[in-house]
Design a protein around this ligand. Sequence first.
Ligand code: 13P
Length: 252
Amino acid sequence: MRKKIVAGNWKMNNNLNETKKLIKELKNELKGFEFDNTRVIIAPSFVNLQQAVKKTEETKIEVSAQNLHQAKNGAFTGEVSAEMLVDIGIDIVILGHSERRAYFNETDESLALKVKTAIANGLDVIFCFGEQLEDRTSENHFKVVEEQLRNALFGLSSEAYNNIILAYEPVWAIGTGQTATADQAQEMHYFIRNLLAKEYNDALAQEVSILYGGSVKPNNAEEIFSKPDVDGGLIGGASLKAEDFSAIVKSI
Ligand code: 13P
């Protein structure tokens, strides 16, 4: 049975004290929550990962990085390798976020390399993709999403999908307060699962968790998560408040 997942992408927010405080509050809010088949993940910034790992040690909350570099090591000033993340106890990384594509020139091609490196190092990958507003208004959204997945992921072996979590994040819904409707999310997730079934096989397609991201809040999470092909969410703004994030976790 595929996992339900709620992940909080903290982006470039929270200093060390704020990180510790938010984790403490989250632990309180999630006391008594039955994790069962659900993974709860937080993604603080690089500098606070080590402390986040320490502060979540005795809990089921998992810690993810927000990026990595594809090379093993070397002269890449300012970058962080997969090995460095694994070394401090990280086993998940977010790759391909639309902000990294838009502001840091990440492409499907460079992302394909990053995904390979992450998987070779045993990391789980939360792979983000999604169309721009103009792609949706011109009804090209399915084509754009298919291309993003084909270019970055479809070179992978079936086994690699044990480590892949997909996160559909329509760019027009990120940080805008404008969420895709639950039906729009379901329609795209169903399309993606079918694509996986065609490219690989149905068993694999049924096992890959597909998250929705883009203005998920406590008041819309339950409806979005109720859709059969929506296996959880990647949460931005609302993951910065323990009360909101845990309310979203509890609606899974
Ligand atoms: P918001 O939830 O703030 O729209 O952000 C979504 C996101 O980008 C998660 O990665």
